[in-house]
Design a protein around this ligand. Structure first.
Ligand code: GLV
Ligand code: MN
Ligand code: MN
Length: 412
């Protein structure tokens, strides 16, 4: 068969997405496969079984990243497709899994057509992209790229008090391959947009130009517990108040800074968390993102000043800890152009766009030419059990992935 007429098998891709979505399935829809959980292990086992069935040679590195390689006519660094299969606690079936399973679908399509590429191809999934259980996010790709040492990553303590290392050992995914192997010739990640732009504009493919900067901070407030009925307002050292005020502050901050600035307090815990006790402790997170590094720094510094002032006025101790910090990333222009051209050649509408979500691609971009392909998310909904992408858009994205990988693997 001429490779001009090749296209992926949508039903097969959808059935793999459904099968993986059964692992950690939540009642009523959606999925929970937090990084290095038992469900993550079962998902890994299944995807690796598929990789082996497709003839890929599979390696697992010390942080649990999994890479399946299909040889080319010539040895050397593979062209890699990839993403992640861990999810947030209330995730959908597409975030991450689509990029990995579409990569496998490309491999199967090439196997059936008996096409051997010049360069090897690889499909990878990286450990703990989400960062919901262990911060930072993109941990596996960061270690793969060398931006974090494997030792530091292994010692990271998660929200349940256990370490990455304990959990890797527990689920049997502390591999032996060195982190950073194999070297990658180019990396392409198909992903759902997770935002509203493509759907609102009726566009099928996003050629992603880069990823916005991400700043995650954990704030710990230590006040004084006292009786909710007897303590006059003027005598309170209320850790809960600081959390509430910060939620309102960062929302106003984002609206005031405008542009691409977004701000979220996504996690909060009070101690002792009782109806009639002033909280003595509040622990919460702030997620700030902007496509512009200077503006992101301005947002971070306004937050710091706000918290310092509040600590004084309320008489509490406030400490801040950075959980993740990534500067905005611009993808290789020739890679972006390639995705755009291929989408157009295949007859799909396409627009360039930034990514609001973090992705392994932004880390791989440090070591090789990288691009991302976005497909629409219905209602712009993601990190939500109702996340959905129409099958025809999945097919379109996977076909753009197929052609992009083929071109890169055969280009001089
Ligand atoms: C990862 O999914 C993130 O953008 O938070
Ligand atoms: Mn993702
Ligand atoms: Mn995600």
């Amino acid at each position: 068969m001429s490779d001009r007429n090749l296209s992926i098998n949508l039903d097969r891709l959808l059935s793999r997405l459904q099968a993986l979505g059964q692992i950690g399935a939540l009642e009523g829809g959606g999925v929970c496969r937090l990084a290095l959980s038992d469900e993550d292990k079962q998902g890994r086992d299944l995807v690796i079984r598929w990789m082996r069935e497709l003839g890929l040679s599979v390696t697992i590195d010390r942080i649990g990243n999994v890479v399946g390689v299909r040889p080319g006519r010539e040895p050397g660094p593979p062209v890699m497709a990839g993403s992640h299969i861990d999810t947030v606690r209330t995730g959908g079936l597409y975030d991450g899994s689509l990029g990995v399973l579409a990569g496998l679908e490309v491999i199967q399509t090439l196997n059936e057509a008996e096409i051997t590429t010049t360069r090897p191809l690889a499909v990878a999934f990286f450990t703990n992209e989400e960062g919901s259980r262990f911060a930072p996010d993109m941990m596996g790709s960061l270690v793969f790229q060398g931006g974090m040492s494997v030792e530091e990553a292994l010692q990271t303590v998660g929200i349940d008090g256990t370490t990455v290392e304990e959990n890797l050992n527990r689920i049997g995914y502390a591999g032996e391959a060195p982190c950073g192997d194999p070297k990658v010739h180019a990396y392409v990640e198909l992903h759902v947009e997770q935002g509203p732009v493509l759907e609102e504009e009726g566009v099928v493919i996003g050629a992603v130009e880069g990823v916005q900067g991400i700043s995650w901070t954990e704030v710990l407030v230590e006040g004084v517990s006292n009786h909710a009925g007897t303590t006059p307002m003027r005598l309170r050292h209320d850790a809960g108040y600081i959390a509430g005020a910060t939620i309102a502050f960062v929302r106003d901050l984002a609206l005031r800074l405008g542009g691409d600035q977004v701000a979220t307090v996504g996690s909060i815990e009070f101690t002792p968390n009782l109806v009639n006790v002033i909280p003595e402790q509040a622990r919460f997170t702030v997620d700030l993102r902007n496509t512009d590094e200077e503006r992101l720094q301005a947002a971070e510094s306004e937050l710091a000043t706000f918290l310092d002032n509040l600590a004084k006025s309320e008489g509490v101790k406030i400490s801040r800890r950075s959980l993740a910090r990534f500067e905005p990333v611009a993808f290789d222009p020739s890679m972006v152009e390639r995705v755009e051209r291929i989408a157009r050649d295949l007859g799909y509408s396409v627009r360039r766009m930034p990514s609001g979500a973090g992705h392994d691609a932004q880390i791989l971009a440090r070591v090789c030419p990288t691009s991302m392909i976005f497909v629409p998310s219905v209602g712009g909904i993601s990190h939500n059990v109702t996340e959905f992408t129409h099958p025809e858009h999945i097919e379109a994205g996977a076909n753009v992935l197929l052609r992009t990988l083929l071109e890169l693997a055969d280009a001089a």
